[in-house]
Design a protein around this ligand. Structure first.
Ligand SMILES: Cc1cc2nc3c(=O)[nH]c(=O)nc-3n(C[C@H](O)[C@H](O)[C@H](O)COP(=O)(O)OP(=O)(O)OC[C@H]3O[C@@H](n4cnc5c(N)ncnc54)[C@H](O)[C@@H]3O)c2cc1C
Length: 471
């Protein structure tokens, strides 16, 4: 019996046979996520399991610990950093069958859910209660809530509502020896706590390297009744920073402030000319939220402030017009592939986050680096929290172009650190950004490694990610 066949048969003692996959063809999709890294060299799992209960997850991890086999959790597989890819083989635990919402408690503003649920499905379950789970990644139709917690994901609305981390009240976690703990209090439904070390936060953003999440208690919020979007065009990127500062000075925190650099406006206009986006160095979509009775006045007050710096503004107040704008923004990646035939969008160096005040300098320097490497890039992002996305467009079959894209991505990561930012605002470290951890975190990386060694002494939980290793 081969090593893999032996492992699979041990796992079939824990789960029904049809939820243990080891035939090589069916394993192939689990060798990839959305990262360019995973597309370039396949890293196959030995076995994939699809548990339905915490006990099954615990049994699988216990078996892995006994044999020293790597274990990698997988949600929707939409990650852009190779996080769910088994860099060193082993067992992939797919959460595709752990998608139940176990409780929705409006009075106490929380829900209890399994981690495999897709983001939009959780919000669909919350909607009839007038509630929502605010972090809104662009991949919300495909990514799992467990993956969001593991990566501390977010999206446009993080400006006002914060990132996933702010909403995790507690988690059930299977540790590297297969034991199960509950963080945030065994039975607590309190919305805040000063009790003990905040272990919940330790697992948020740890990308499955410290433990595997099998249940989540999430804070949820009443959905705002109304919204409006101000579209603002700027001749100079500096004006966008001044607008944010003006709004803050007036006591206004927008729900979103999305940036479209001139390159992104051009791509969108080639795709959807009816959007009639104005020219300029940049365009912002600024969303204001509020009650039905006040939204018109709030939006107009904010628009007046925006007009101080913007060359032109447009106000979208009806829901259909707002949804058209957001749908166009969401389609940006698709648009770029249409505008540059033969090029593909690859996810590398795509998630810098810098101080708001440094966005103009960062975008301009990034444009220069793109020109120096001869690579086509569109820039956009969540301006209101400094998250700059770079959409790199290349022909992946051209080795020279791939090399230049690697150089570009590397220089963008270093640029983020240089201007006082981070190499990843929301997509995580995974395999691809591990090499920047020392430069960004200094000696704090050693403390992360000590935490890892304490919780996972054998190094079986998602090895090759996050702690400065090169894979
Ligand atoms: C087109 C596109 C747009 C995107 N837009 C955004 C965006 O706007 N904002 C954003 O933040 N991200 C975005 N992403 C990136 C990605 O969708 C997020 O990082 C998301 O949180 C990943 O969720 P997932 O379920 O797909 O996780 P996966 O890719 O399956 O896994 C991601 C990481 O989470 C770990 N993990 C998964 N489940 C568990 C679990 N139960 N316990 C422990 N660890 C676990 C995995 O091991 C891995 O390290 C985008 C991706 C794409 C392809």
């Amino acid at each position: 019996m081969t090593l893999t066949a032996g492992l699979a048969s041990r796992l079939r003692e824990i789960l029904p046979a049809d939820r243990v996959i080891d035939d090589p063809t069916t394993l192939i999709p689990y060798a990839y996520d959305a990262s360019f890294w995973s597309l370039r060299s396949r890293r196959m799992p030995d076995v994939v399991v699809l548990p339905e209960t915490t006990a099954e997850v615990s049994g699988v991890v216990r078996a892995a610990a006994t044999s020293g086999t790597p274990v990698v959790a997988r949600g929707g597989g939409t990650g852009q950093t190779g996080g769910a890819v088994p860099a060193r083989g082993g067992i992939v635990i797919s959460f595709a069958r752990m998608r139940r919402v176990l409780e929705i408690d409006r009075t106490n503003l929380q829900c209890l859910t399994e981690p495999g649920i897709v983001y939009v499905d959780l919000n669909a379950a919350l909607a009839p209660h007038g509630l929502f789970f605010p972090p809104d990644p662009g991949s919300g139709r495909a990514c799992s809530v467990g993956g969001m917690v593991a990566n501390n994901a977010s999206g446009p609305h993080a400006v006002r509502w914060g990132t996933t981390s702010a909403y995790v009240l507690g988690a059930e976690v299977v540790l590297a020896d297969g034991s199960v703990i509950v963080t945030g209090g065994q039975r607590s439904k309190a919305l805040k706590s000063s009790s003990g070390i905040d272990l919940t936060k330790l697992f948020v953003g740890s990308e499955g390297t410290l433990g595997i999440i099998t249940r989540l208690r999430l804070r949820v919020q009443p959905r705002p009744a109304a919204r409006a979007v101000i579209l603002a065009a700027y001749d100079d990127l500096a004006g966008t920073v001044a607008t944010m500062d003006d709004l803050f000075a007036a006591g206004i925190l927008p729900a979103t402030a999305e940036l479209l650099d001139q390159s992104a406006v051009k791509a969108l206009m080639a795709w959807k000319p009816d959007l009639a986006l104005p020219d300029g160095e940049a365009v912002l979509f600024i969303e204001i939220e509020g009650g039905k009775g006040e939204i018109a006045a709030s939006a107009r007050e904010a628009e007046k402030i925006v007009q101080r710096r913007a060359r032109l503004t447009r106000l979208a107040e009806d829901e259909a017009a707002i949804q058209r704008l957001w749908a166009a923004r969401a389609g940006l990646a698709a648009a770029s592939a249409l505008v540059f035939p033969g090029k593909h969008r690859v996810f590398a160096g795509e998630d810098l986050a810098v101080p708001i005040s440094e966005i103009p300098r960062t975008v301009r320097r990034a444009r220069e680096i793109a020109a120096e490497t001869g690579i086509t890039v569109i820039f956009y992002g969540h301006f209101g929290d400094g998250n700059v996305h770079s959409g790199i467009l290349i022909d992946p079959s051209d080795p020279d172009e791939v090399n230049r894209a690697d150089d570009l991505a590397d220089r963008l990561h270093r640029l983020a650190i240089e201007v006082g930012g981070t190499v990843t605002g929301e997509h995580g470290t995974g395999a691809v950004r591990s090499r920047y951890m020392r430069a960004e975190h200094g000696d704090a990386l050693d403390v992360m490694r000590r935490v890892k060694a304490a919780l996972d002494p054998q190094g079986i939980m998602n090895p090759g990610k996050l702690y400065g290793d090169e894979v």
